[in-house]
Design a protein around this ligand. Structure first.
Ligand SMILES: C[S@@+](CC[C@H](N)C(=O)[O-])C[C@H]1O[C@@H](n2cnc3c(N)ncnc32)[C@H](O)[C@@H]1O
Length: 253
């Protein structure tokens, strides 16, 4: 697969999990260049539909929000809000901490933590982390506004009313469980789980919004209320971008 948008293969080591971004056992990260490609592809579809920035993003299987935080740093000038949810209540605090890094206050706190570790342990990894945190802080310095982020616990395969929490989403980008490190936290098979996820997010999607689902390369990502606008496979991952067909006529059966 050729990158169409993230054409430059930059050095993304500032985003390494555990360096500045927090991580915890059992969480996964995501290739940063691919995250940027998916964001920009979604944006190109939104622009074709006349939907210009700023954008609001949502990830209903956010894990530690590594994917969202990376996009927030690279494309944050075009993003006004981020929603992040996960079924695992032990993971949403991690997502919250990572998304707080998108604010100057959050990043300053992280810089102080890293400085303390550097004084206490003096490890090479801590001086690299300090360098990366200062360069990410510079990125934030250039911005007029912080991104507003909201994290919450939600099982996206159960009937739940997202309209109570989420407003004005333009782009949903989600890296669903592949069944290796993390699995669906429910009795659903993947097909059923994806269908319920799409049922649920449809309630907060307008007709010009898009959803990008990152799955195993052979997964069938389909729903009667959505049409596929893009699909590509890179390595073991498949990226499927869908658009609601008609958000008003579709009702859960
Ligand atoms: C591949 S990970 C996502 C990683 C995330 N994109 C990141 O950047 O950190 C999949 C996530 O789906 C979550 N998950 C599993 N079943 C779920 C469900 N029923 N509802 C919501 N989230 C679920 C898992 O807890 C896990 O955090």
């Amino acid at each position: 697969m050729n990158y169409r948008f993230a054409v430059e293969n930059r050095n993304y080591e500032d985003f390494s999990s555990g360096r500045v971004f927090y991580n915890q056992k059992g969480t996964t990260s995501f290739p940063v260049r691919l995250a940027s490609e998916i964001y920009q592809l979604c944006k190109s579809i939104l622009l074709k539909n006349g939907c210009d920035k700023p954008y609001v993003l949502y990830d209903p299987c956010c894990g530690g929000a590594y994917l969202l935080a990376s996009i927030g740093f690279i494309h944050g000038e075009e993003i006004s809000g981020i929603y992040a949810s996960d079924v695992d209540e032990t993971i949403t605090p991690l997502a919250e901490r990572n998304l707080a890094l998108l604010t100057k206050e959050g990043m300053d706190e992280r810089i102080s933590e890293i400085q303390k570790m550097l004084v206490e342990y003096g490890k090479e990894s801590h001086s690299q982390a300090l360098e990366s945190s200062l360069s990410l802080r510079n990125v934030l310095e250039e911005r007029d506004k912080s991104i507003e982020a909201k994290c919450f616990v939600s099982d996206i395969t159960k009937n739940n009313n997202l309209t109570n929490t989420i407003r004005g989403v333009n782009m949903i980008i989600t890296d669903i469980p592949y069944g290796e490190i993390v699995s669906w936290n429910s009795m659903e098979d993947e097909k059923g789980a994806v269908e319920k996820l799409l049922d649920n997010v449809l309630e907060v999607m307008s007709s010009d919004s898009v959803i990008a689902i990152i799955s195993k390369s052979k997964s069938k990502i389909k729903h009667k209320a959505f049409k596929q606008v893009e699909r590509f496979v890179i390595g073991k991952r498949q990226i499927t971008i869908l658009k609601p067909i008609n958000t008003y006529n579709y009702r859960r059966s």
